[in-house]
Design a protein around this ligand. Sequence first.
Ligand SMILES: *[C@@H]1O[C@H](CO)[C@@H](O)[C@H](O)[C@H]1NC(C)=O
Ligand SMILES: *[C@@H]1O[C@H](CO)[C@@H](O)[C@H](O)[C@H]1NC(C)=O
Ligand SMILES: *[C@@H]1O[C@H](CO)[C@@H](O)[C@H](O)[C@H]1NC(C)=O
Ligand SMILES: *[C@@H]1O[C@H](CO)[C@@H](O)[C@H](O)[C@H]1NC(C)=O
Length: 796
Amino acid sequence: MTTNRRPPPLAFLCLVSVLCLLSSPSLASSAKRHYVVYLGGHNHGGSSATEADLQAVTDSHHDLLATHLGDMEKAKNAIRYSYTRHINGFTAVLDAEEAARIAKHPGVVSVFPDRMKKLHTTNSWDFMLLNKEIEIPSGKLIKVPSEIWKAARFGENVIIGNLDSGVWPESKSFNDKGYGPIPAKWKGLCENNTKIGVSCNRKLIGSRLYNKGFIEDGSTADPADLYNPRDMDGHGSHTLSTAGGNFVPGVDILSAAGGVAKGGAPRARVAAYKVCFVVEDGTSCADSDILAGFDAAIADGVDVLSVSLGSEDFADYSYLADGLAIGSFHAVRSGVVVVASAGNSGPVQGTVANFAPWIVTVGASTTDRNIDVHVELGNGDRLKGTALFQKPLPDHKQYKLASAADVKLPNATAEDAILCLPGTLDPTKAQGKILACLRGKTARVDKSRQAKNAGAIGVILCNDEASGIELVDDIHYVPTSHVVYKDGVKVFRYINGTKNPTAYIAPPVTTYGNKPAPSLAAFSSRGPNVVTPQILKPDVAAPGVNILAAYTMAGDDESRKYPYQLESGTSMACPHVAGVAALVKAVHPDWSPSAVHSAIMTTARTRGNTGDKMNDLNEHESSSFGYGAGHIRPNRAIKPGLVYEVAAHEYLELLCSIGYNSSDMGELLEKGYKCPKKVKSVFDHNYPSFSVPNLGSGPVTFKRRVKNVGPPGVYAAEVKEPYGVAVKVVPDVLKFDKYGEEKSFKVMVAAKWKGAAKGYEFGGLTWTDGDHYVRSPIFVTDNLVIDQSNKIVGTY
Ligand SMILES: *[C@@H]1O[C@H](CO)[C@@H](O)[C@H](O)[C@H]1NC(C)=O
Ligand SMILES: *[C@@H]1O[C@H](CO)[C@@H](O)[C@H](O)[C@H]1NC(C)=O
Ligand SMILES: *[C@@H]1O[C@H](CO)[C@@H](O)[C@H](O)[C@H]1NC(C)=O
Ligand SMILES: *[C@@H]1O[C@H](CO)[C@@H](O)[C@H](O)[C@H]1NC(C)=O
């Protein structure tokens, strides 16, 4: 199936920059490593493929490899994965010369070394009005399901998969009581259907494990994790239950944050694809395993895929040499909505990950629930922090307080001790005291662990200036209050100026309706998109701070095993959007992934519960670099009015537009497809947002189409111009006579004066019929300069 094709022209080879590296002799070496050989799509029609078709594909992979390795036996020994169903490709252990030769083989789209990604480490649904609070005649407030939950029947029969660290099948979130038969279209299964492995039921309908890439990488993990689809980390159960977990009443964690745990689509069916494993410094997930997960999930019949992992290194980036981008490309073209996390490298700009235009990219925000832990200082000051811990201080009285710097071991520096780093605290001095520790360098909970080990009875964890007002509800080893920077300064000042400083840490109290909310999390990765700056990323924000969801019971420390756990990260935000995508799919089963993507974006909101623009956690106004189109509004997403839809072939056109324009590339990704002679401008990709990274080079025109998915109506364009920028929409009125009708328009963007938009300027375009508001953000800057390693160098 790879015959009769000319080798891709060199121009294309060099776009996939790893190939350029491969052909450079200095890098050629005989050291073997694991490579992905990507061959594009299949001719056998994906879902309709027979066993014989799949075998023929694997045979062709063996043949191709044998041609370069000398014989069939060597080929069979070298190959690890053969992707046969939707993604065409294989992985093999090769040396650099072999890899370079294979890259030149006719029909090969790209060859790249397997690389490792990381996981981007529920009141939240009530906060987004999925449960509305109403007053019943007796005057009591009760919660009733929202419009979207009713319309979507809680996501009944939609199938949500995740690529993550597996699943804890015994969690109540995945219990199948009350579920009918598994939807007939489901082709997946539980691969390790045992008590030690994962047994499926009518709720948790699939579980698979992919570890070959991880093993070839030479990473080490506990065999109990590596060979078992069960979740030993907690992350996978957390994300999957956030997207589609059952209603589970009475869940609380250390008597705080209690309530009903639930997923966005609580009646959806769920399936776990384990591709990430616990390593010493977190988790690790190989591109080749991710690809295997995508190929299986598409073939199994998932409707929505939630992917809370990624890489944050974009040097030499190519969409066609990134397992997540390739896998999601095939998934979306097969009708699966793919939602992924933006990454946790904020607030630095230009850090947003998973920016492929076919992915729904999600940033993280706070909710209006706080867990307050009050601190009373000996001078009468009361501070409000947050944290969770098992046993409160025995009495409500003042305890001795010290700066961790003042209880240091003789061999430790004060700079290290104040951070409560391991091996810096002196038990003879720390015994029985509350320690003030500074945030930074080590994990927040490790600081309370060090304090506990040194005999301290409490911790005031003080933010440094950079972390500002960002607080996290971690479960600490001793009574702890995590306080904002300004309060931390007060604590250290008080200690400095007092002979015998004292403090009390109160037990946690849960409060709701806090303002302002949402705020964008400081850690949430920010735009601009440094690889394709004409596509604004992230797309939306969703709750990702202190999210309560299912966890693993595999922890080795008995005192720290919890069936439900609070976690923070864009990892937690992503499955919120996956849950909403499942609800939208339940209401509109025939909608394409791009229609769902558009509906979620154009109905999002940029203001918080005070009516003001959403803030960053450093108390500045946030922007589309943080929240994209805004914070999701699930109830609106089922009736967006209009959608910006992208046909499957338009993703190929997009790749042509951004330079992957060899005729072979198109043909390989889809039989019979060729890049158009005159490639479309990236600005004309039918995306629901507008991004102008280089207005200094002259005015820009976007072409767009919107499809009516509501009643007939007349929509008018309302523009909020970015500062210094003129935006004209032609035509500015669109009349729709029927459902499904599409209308085109242009958006012309020009500087109002020379040198306008020197900084980053934001605005918006809203189409409205008075009932629906179809809002898209607009971003404009004069001259965004990105260097070769995909770092922003400047805007001048
Ligand atoms: C799961 O299945 C794989 C492949 O058959 C096997 O290698 C592994 O040992 C199994 N794990 C468990 C926990 O049964
Ligand atoms: C200081 O010495 C103690 C042993 O007395 C050791 O455990 C600790 O790691 C040392 N700390 C540093 C920072 O070297
Ligand atoms: C506390 O005092 C020390 C010196 O005595 C000084 O270096 C430090 O900045 C003071 N810290 C605060 C928060 O005032
Ligand atoms: C691909 O696009 C680039 C930039 O637009 C152009 O220079 C190149 O000639 C194109 N290659 C092909 C094969 O069309």
